[in-house]
Ligand binder design. Structure first.
Ligand code: BES
Ligand code: ZN
Ligand code: ZN
Length: 525
């Protein structure tokens, strides 16, 4: 069906086209591209007393342009759409052969105090991702997206929902260019693209197989991405000799079990107008493969341990994203990168190693390697006069048992820092939840036969908390947070706008935290 609308009138409907790395960006609205173009429009759930369907502003405008036909078809085609459920209409409009209408839930949805997130934003991400995927499955190559009243959330839904790791497959998913439909929300749309692409970079690093994403390759990829975005950045790819000079004995003890050389990656972004502004220092666990070492893991699902560098991936992606946004902050990222393998040179249960700060550690379980490499990196982090130290690590299976994939566990000695991270997480929907740093747990690791500290707790219970207590032994800074991201490392189907695979969480929350830090900085100057 062709509509009697003249092209200039259709153009007034407007479509903002924004370049988006990884997706082709087309601004052509000519009829030659129209055959493959899709439009996504949101629709709210029916409120109690209302009898009419509640379109978004863009939906309303579009429906007027098609003389109320969309409203008519929606009413005819079935019950009202639930959140994230979609319906597709063909031939409604000559510019958009396919129009997907997607359920946004209640228009009044906002912050949910029990769920600790903004339900309205989350619904938009879910709804837009579902609609984008539907068009992707139909091999439609270009889509315009309704901002749904929050263009950032809409862009995040689109870019996160479409991402798939198919680098190593011969048959690729259809590449879709996602553009904003309508005008006026460009800035928020662009912010959403940048946030989501940051998370997708972390997903890429985590999903890549360990034979491809070695410590060296990881460091080179991060360097390449950082150089693309901003020239106020420095990258140091420190070799084994540097790690030895730094007397990082705990890190080296893990690395020596593998033939793959270790790397200590150090990245700097100087965005603050004040060069001496103390930096936010991030530390990320960078085990590019965790076999468990001599305390070897069971073979089922061991492949997932290619993502045991999720801490390094998320903190590096956070800094790259912050640099892309030109945030006025100084940032440092530190990532000890190596493999944890069994070999004739590997750590053995009962071995004692010495960390950078002189503390000796009895390695009773070689699979508790993350805390070993982080102990040295945390000592090093203190040398930068940091404003804050945040480390992220896929540290314990116990964290997954405790919270599952609902939230990152945050162990922090600062209620100020906790509040900042928590507030950022309610905004992004990639949630955080506070966990304890009680002396109770410290007692279990300092009670050690051969050394100052044991790398595992006396008891199995509270494993995520004893691991955090271990890290605390290497922290003197008063604003430190340890994020245990083991539970949020993968996505099965829990987050509907992420496909199955490595999640890249909590990159967006860390970026949002930095955006808020930079605003606080500006206000206090
Ligand atoms: N990398 C693992 C933790 C992990 C498990 C991350 C599942 C993601 C998903 C870590 O190095 C580890 O093996 N930890 C041990 C500690 C234990 C030996 C005290 C664990 O959790 O079992
Ligand atoms: Zn391990
Ligand atoms: Zn590990």
């Amino acid at each position: 069906m062709r509509l009697p609308l003249p092209l200039p009138a259709l153009r007034r409907l407007g479509a903002r086209s924004l370049a988006c790395r990884g997706f082709s960006a087309s601004s052509s609205r000519g009829q030659s591209t129209a055959m493959t173009k899709g439009l996504i429009l949101g629709i709210y759930a029916k409120e109690k007393d209302a009898d009419a369907l509640q379109f978004t502003r863009a939906g309303d405008t579009f429906d007027k342009h098609v003389s109320g036909k969309l409203r008519e078809l929606l009413a005819l085609s079935g019950p009202p759409l639930k959140t994230g459920k979609t319906r597709i209409f063909y031939g409604l409009h000559q510019d958009f052969p396919s129009v997907v209408v997607t359920g946004l839930g209640k228009k009044t949805s906002g912050i949910d105090e029990l769920e600790n997130w903004n339900e309205g934003k989350e619904n938009i991400r879910v709804a837009i991702a579902a609609a984008c995927r539907q068009l992707q499955d139909l091999e439609i190559t270009s889509v315009e997206v309704d901002p749904c009243g929050d263009a950032q959330a809409a862009a995040e839904g689109a870019i996160l929902g479409l991402y798939e790791f198919d680098e190593l497959k011969q048959k690729k998913k259809t590449v879709i260019s996602a553009q904003l439909y309508g005008s006026g929300d460009d800035e928020a749309w662009h912010k959403g693209l940048v946030f989501a692409k940051g998370q997708n970079l972390a997903r890429y690093l985590m999903e890549s197989p360990a034979n491809e994403m070695t410590p060296t390759k990881f460091a080179e990829k991060v360097e390449q991405e950082l150089k693309k975005v901003n020239n106020s950045t420095t990258v140091h790819i420190r070799p084994k000799s540097w790690i030895e000079d730094q007397e990082m004995g705990a890190f080296l003890s893990v690395a020596k079990g593998s033939d793959e050389p270790p790397v200590f990656l150090e990245i700097h972004y100087k965005g603050s107008p004040n060069a001496d502004d103390p930096p936010v220092v991030f530390v990320g666990k960078g085990i590019t493969f965790d076999s468990g070492g001599i305390s070897i893991k069971p073979s089922a699902n061991m492949d997932l341990m290619r993502a045991d560098m999720g801490g390094a991936a998320t903190i590096c992606s956070t800094i790259i994203t912050a640099a892309t946004l030109n945030l006025p902050l100084n940032l440092i990222g530190l990532a000890p990168l190596c493999e944890n393998m069994p070999s004739g040179k590997a750590n053995k249960p009962g071995d004692v190693v010495r960390a950078k700060n002189g503390k000796t550690i009895q390695v009773d379980n070689t699979d508790a390697e993350g805390r070993l490499i982080l102990s040295d990196a945390l000592c090093y982090a203190h040398t930068f006069n940091p404003k804050v130290i945040i480390n992220a690590a896929t540290l314990t299976g116990a964290m997954d048992i405790a919270l599952g994939s609902a939230a990152t566990g945050v162990f922090t000695n600062s209620s100020w820092l906790w509040t900042k991270l928590f507030e950022a997480s309610t905004e992004t929907g990639d949630r955080m939840w506070r966990m304890p740093l009680f002396e109770h747990y410290t007692r279990q690791i300092v009670d050690c036969q051969l050394a100052d500290i044991n790398n595992i707790g006396k008891y199995r219970s509270g494993g995520a908390c004893t691991a955090a207590a271990f890290l605390k032994e290497f922290v003197t800074h008063s604003k430190w947070a340890h994020l245990d991201i083991a539970g949020v490392m993968t996505n099965k189907d829990e987050v509907p706008y992420l496909k199955k695979g490595m999640s890249g969480r909590p990159t967006r929350t860390l970026v949002e935290f930095l955006v808020r830090m930079s605003k606080d900085n500006e206000n206090s100057q």
